[in-house]
Design a protein. Structure first.
Length: 507
């Protein structure tokens, strides 16, 4: 079997031969009148009509004076039928990218072409285009893996996702659904009178979540900035500015490790509604998640791991305090660190670094969460672990915070937002003390945000979810759920051997 380098060398030879013939193998213009799937769907109407189609060659079969090519565009695949006496000859004067039948041997699987011809059915009843003119649009130098060979090595797939999506079409389809997911999110918000406003990625002080930020430097100001870990504080400034319904969708960055549910960079959505509390928010966002799910996947029933999920029902409500007391005998208002550590150890949960009461309690809760199919709403987490949420007026120990739990995962996060500037400052000070003691995930003191609250912000409900919602219902890990996940930089030995002038120090 030929090596990749040998196959590439042969394609380079064909490229040079095309150029010697005066052919431009990389023209800028292509002409398409119809997609391949539309020909298949509307054959009866298009039979005998002239069309111009484009695509990547998947297969070439030549038998003397006739040939069959199969091409694919994003919509599907189609057969091309070529006869030597019907295909127009090479004529670089009229079109420098046009090939004749004789030049078919200079084409390979993976090349992009354009053909013009008549829609027909062959003798074997195959819908095809009877080719009149043939143009090359792009000469490929590396062959795609054959489908029968598969392309299953995870590291290779994630590094060369463009190959993965050509060979494994289900992966490409996933990212079409991902686009629908975010479009459905926008549609729901826009249909309900929300305004999308993009907020800064670079911030002097970053907040809105318990996460370790990335740090960068802006040369023009000679100051360090943080990449945002949340959209929250800028969006709430907009509520203070007089907007009543705002949202943003975009990337956020958390300098944390990879897991099946987490990526350091991922896309997230957050929204804020003035004059709404968490109870009104639960109803609104439950309806939203159902609509987004239905528009993305066309169903509200899912099999995810061992969980059978039915979102098509009213979602019950459970309280944080009840769950922790009934399942682990933990008093969340007077937590005992030694008790929490023992529960974690008994459940074989190991945490890196310094483990405080708040972090330990959160991870005990996660033991329960990960076994829960849902859907249900979790409410009334202690104020101590919700520094941006309002206290409940009936019990100042608990917050007006709400999470949907689905398939063992927190699918979102919402609050009745804290708008008391004195209370907010005190909570920021508590968080800053934790940072000073070494907790890199504690929230920063943002005095500008406190000043905004002093000017006044109305009662507000905030809510958001990340693309984890998509990953879970899609049934994939975080890395599989994004087109181009970050990986440790690496260049394989084949590439080094192909470009020795670049990698001569390493070969």
């Amino acid at each position: 079997m030929a090596t990749l380098k040998e196959l590439r060398d042969e394609r380079l030879r064909k490229l040079e031969e095309l150029k010697k013939l005066g052919i431009d193998p990389y023209p800028s213009k292509a002409n398409r009148t119809i997609t391949l799937s539309d020909i298949t769907k509307d054959f009866e109407k298009l039979n005998g009509q002239q069309v111009s189609v484009v695509g990547r060659i998947e297969n070439i079969r030549k038998f003397g004076s006739i040939a069959f090519l199969v091409i694919r565009d994003q919509s599907g695949r189609l057969q091309l039928f070529l006869e030597a006496n019907k295909v127009e000859n090479l004529d670089v004067a009229s079109d420098p990218s046009r090939l004749g039948f004789k030049e078919l041997n200079l084409l390979d699987n993976g090349d992009f072409i354009e053909v013009e011809g008549t829609v027909i059915k062959t003798k074997t009843d195959e819908i095809s285009v009877d080719v009149k003119t043939l143009r090359i649009l792009s000469k490929s130098l590396r062959p795609l893996p054959a489908k029968q060979d598969g392309f299953v090595n995870k590291e290779e797939r994630l590094r060369r996702r463009y190959v993965d999506m050509n060979v494994n079409l289900d992966v490409r389809d996933r990212f079409i659904r991902r686009s629908k997911f975010w479009q459905a999110t926008r549609d729901y918000m826009n249909e309900h009178g929300f305004i999308e406003i993009n907020t800064p990625v670079l911030e002097h002080a970053t907040g809105g979540a318990d996460a370790n930020p990335f740090v960068t430097h802006m040369d023009s100001l000679d100051q360090d900035f943080y990449l945002r870990i949340s959209h929250e504080l800028p969006l709430k400034r907009l509520i203070g500015a007089g907007f009543e319904k705002v949202y943003d969708i975009g990337p956020r960055f958390r300098n944390e490790n990879y897991s099946d549910e987490h990526l350091p960079e991922h896309v997230a959505f957050e929204s804020y509604t003035a004059y709404q509390d968490y109870e009104g928010g639960m109803k609104f966002y439950e309806d939203m998640m159902k609509q987004v799910t239905s528009r993305t996947w066309g169903t509200l029933q899912f099999k995810i791991g061992n969980f059978d999920i039915n979102l098509d029902q009213p979602w019950p409500i459970q309280k944080y305090d009840d769950i922790m007391r009934e399942n682990y005998n933990v008093d969340v208002f007077n937590p005992n660190l030694d008790q929490l550590k023992k529960i974690l150890a008994d459940n074989k949960v190991e945490l890196d670094g310094e483990v405080g009461v708040i972090r330990a309690m959160d991870n005990v809760w996660k033991i329960f969460r990960q076994k829960s199919a849902g859907p249900f709403w979790l409410i009334h987490e202690p104020v101590v672990i919700s520094p941006l949420a309002k206290k409940d007026p009936n019990d100042p120990r608990i917050s007006q915070r709400f999470h949907p739990i689905i398939a063992g995962t927190e699918m979102g996060n919402g609050y009745s937002e804290l708008n008391d500037p004195v209370d907010q400052l005190n909570r920021f000070m508590e968080q800053q003390k934790l940072r000073d003691e070494g907790d890199r995930e504690a929230q920063m003191l943002d005095i500008d945000f406190v000043e905004m609250l002093e000017y006044g912000m109305p009662p507000t409900c905030g809510w958001g979810y990340s693309e984890r919602f998509f990953w879970v219902l899609e049934g994939v890990t975080a890395r599989e759920g994004v087109p181009f996940p970050q990986l440790r930089e690496g260049i394989d030995e084949v590439t080094k051997s192909i470009y020795p002038e670049i990698f001569k120090k390493n070969v």
